[in-house]
Design a protein around this ligand. Structure first.
Ligand code: GLN
Length: 604
């Protein structure tokens, strides 16, 4: 927050002679009523796909030419998601500015096809840190600092600042968890205050709920949903729109019940049943008329650009058509990580492959393999039948030897390989051990005193201690070696910007011996000997690439990442050696992309 905006927050406290109960923290320059807000709240249970719903709604408004800005608010007290275990929370999504966020931000970026920033994500930890800093700075001038108005005031200020800095027509606020959770109570109260202060037609409350369909009864039951709505109303919020998640289309009878118990007109109670792919959700919402209801509710009809919408719909529709087209070819890609049991831990790899499947018109079967179960002895058996192998990012020694065994198998058997971050480091270790004969080469992350620390902590990070704050994070440029395989993959570009999240890197002392033995480092940081891409020459291996970055984070439905697409195409060549495939990579960014998904909508 800038100095001037904090002063304005102070002036709005309204103490001294002008004592008032109102606490309306407007950042300077904020124009009340210009930006509207759509708040998406969950009821009944989490995991209903609030993020997908909210991102799809934001997308259909963006398609109309409106400027949208999403924000996810998490009640937990961590400052960001960087220290969260992917096993519990799903993958940590890294934004271009280095903010480590919840995986929902990935959903927004993919759906909206734009880069978000730290300001699009906040946590209880951030809100309270700010409050405590301000308290120490003496900003509250003798008042006791309270949940209401100060904490809620800080939340409102965060939202208004987002509105102001993005000049959005609509800010989409997604509150994590469900209404009634103890830890997000102050967010919900802040929304109530925001709706009151911003005035009519400014804040739309959308409640997402769940209609149960117990198998034993064979019919839809709405009681839990009704109780959920009651809880929203008890918090002082009247929902304007209700979206009912359900495996099957919600019946009129159930919609009527929900409508009548929640004071929401029937036309604003929507069925949001499972569909084949999340990318069908925007059109489903549009067809149900949700966009029109939001425009009327927020009085935004006059800001719509019909031509922009027609164009955006056509582009999206052609992508969806390709996604739904039956695929004749199929490849199996192994993803070997230690969280293989939990797909969410590798959500963006899953998505990046999905994008490639649509673009390359093939079904991609992802074989999730637990690297802790792979050994040098069983690697061949475990990886049998895979047409491509991905070793994903990760931290800690558990499962590492299994990953190294996978790299060796891929390299020696000419199986297409893509290493991501830790998968890049594992490729270097494998090459050092088995090709350069550097016995027991390793990373100091796993073995601080190993004889050949080919991967070591980054020099600039060496001084910094402790978790959090010492990671190389966010979007960075990578200089690509001219005429290398990666430079071809990225269409001959001299550099590419990808996102990073790592502490360790290739120890520069070992570059000479690795390169002498044939490993090509084809991408590095500008002005620094930090190696960021490696490859084997095409005459040695059909597709052996790895990067210290996470290209999956920037893969988009309409523009799959070229390293992933290259892997899928190499896998296709392996699976169908007799066929000739059109070379889709190395040109302009693809125009169309994702896959045939399993038949249910993964809304988590
Ligand atoms: N653990 C490795 C490092 O810190 C790799 C990190 C990752 O894969 N995200 O450098």
């Amino acid at each position: 927050m800038s100095e001037s905006s904090s002063e304005n927050l102070l002036s709005s406290v309204g103490h001294s002679t002008q004592e008032t109960e109102f606490y309306t923290p407007y950042p300077p320059g904020y124009e009340k009523g210009r930006t509207r807000y759509v708040v998406v709240l969950g009821t009944v249970m989490s995991g209903l796909g609030k993020g997908i719903f909210s991102a799809s709604l934001a997308k259909i408004l963006k398609d109309k030419g409106l400027r949208v800005a999403p924000i996810k608010m998490e009640g937990y007290l961590n400052i960001d998601s960087g220290t969260l275990n992917p096993f519990r929370h799903g993958e940590v999504f890294v934004l271009d500015d280095g903010m480590e966020t919840d995986m929902d931000l990935g959903t927004y970026e993919r759906m909206l096809d734009e880069n978000l920033r730290g300001r699009n994500f906040t946590t209880g930890g951030q809100i309270f840190t700010r409050i405590l800093e301000r308290e120490r700075e003496g900003h509250y001038l003798g008042r006791d600092v309270q949940m209401i108005p100060h904490v809620t005031g800080q939340v409102k200020h965060t939202l208004r600042e987002l509105a102001l800095t993005t000049q959005a027509d609509v800010v989409f606020v997604e509150v994590g968890g469900t209404v009634g959770d103890y830890e997000n109570g102050y967010f919900i109260e802040a929304i109530r205050e925001l709706a009151y202060e911003e005035g009519e037609h400014s804040v739309g409350i959308v409640a997402l709920t769940y209609i149960m369909e117990p198998r034993a009864l064979g019919e839809q039951k709405s009681k839990a949903a009704q109780l959920g709505m009651r809880q929203v109303m008890q918090a002082g919020l009247q929902p304007h729109i209700i979206a009912c998640r359900c495996p099957t289309p919600v019946t009129d009878k159930v919609r009527q019940k929900i409508s009548m118990f929640s004071n929401v007109p029937l036309r604003r109670v929507f069925s949001m049943h499972d569909v084949e792919s999340v990318y069908l959700v925007p059109e489903m919402l549009r067809e149900a008329g949700l966009d029109r209801e939001v425009l009327s509710l927020l009085n935004l009809h006059e800001r719509v650009n019909q031509r922009a919408e027609d164009q955006a719909r056509r582009t999206w529709q052609s992508f969806v058509d390709r996604l739904l087209e039956p695929k004749e070819k199929s490849v199996t890609i192994a993803v070997t990580g230690k969280y293989a049991a939990l797909r969410d831990a590798y959500a963006s790899i899953d998505k990046a492959l999905e994008h490639c499947g649509v673009h390359a018109q093939c079904h991609i079967h992802i074989q999730w393999l637990d690297s802790t179960e792979i050994t040098a002895r069983n690697a061949a058996e475990m990886l049998k039948g895979c047409h491509g192998i991905i070793v994903p990012g990760g931290f800690g020694a558990r499962g590492a030897e299994g990953k190294i065994a996978c790299v060796r198998y891929a390299r020696e058997n000419r199986v297409p390989y893509l290493g991501i971050c830790l998968g890049f480091q594992m490729a270097v270790i494998e090459y050092a051990r088995n090709v350069c004969n550097l016995e027991n080469a390793n990373t100091t992350e796993f073995e601080p005193n190993c004889p050949h620390p080919v991967i070591d902590i980054l020099p600039e990070q060496k001084k910094i201690e402790g978790l959090g704050g010492n990671m190389r994070l966010g979007g960075k440029d990578i200089m690509l070696k001219p005429d290398s395989g990666v430079s071809r993959l990225y269409g001959g570009a001299p550099s590419v910007r990808l996102r990073f999240r790592h502490r360790y890197e290739v120890e520069p002392r070992y570059l000479e011996i690795l390169e002498r033995h044939g490993l090509i480092f084809s991408g590095h940081a500008p002005n620094q000997p930090i190696m960021q891409m490696l490859e084997l020459p095409a005459e040695v291996h059909p597709y052996f690439f790895a990067t210290q970055a996470h290209p999956c984070l920037t893969s988009r439905p309409l523009a799959p990442d070229p390293m992933f697409l290259g892997l899928v195409q190499a896998a296709l060549r392996r699976a169908y050696p007799q066929r000739v495939f059109e070379n889709l990579i190395g040109g302009k960014p693809p125009t169309v992309s994702p896959t045939d998904r399993p038949a249910s909508l993964n809304m988590s």
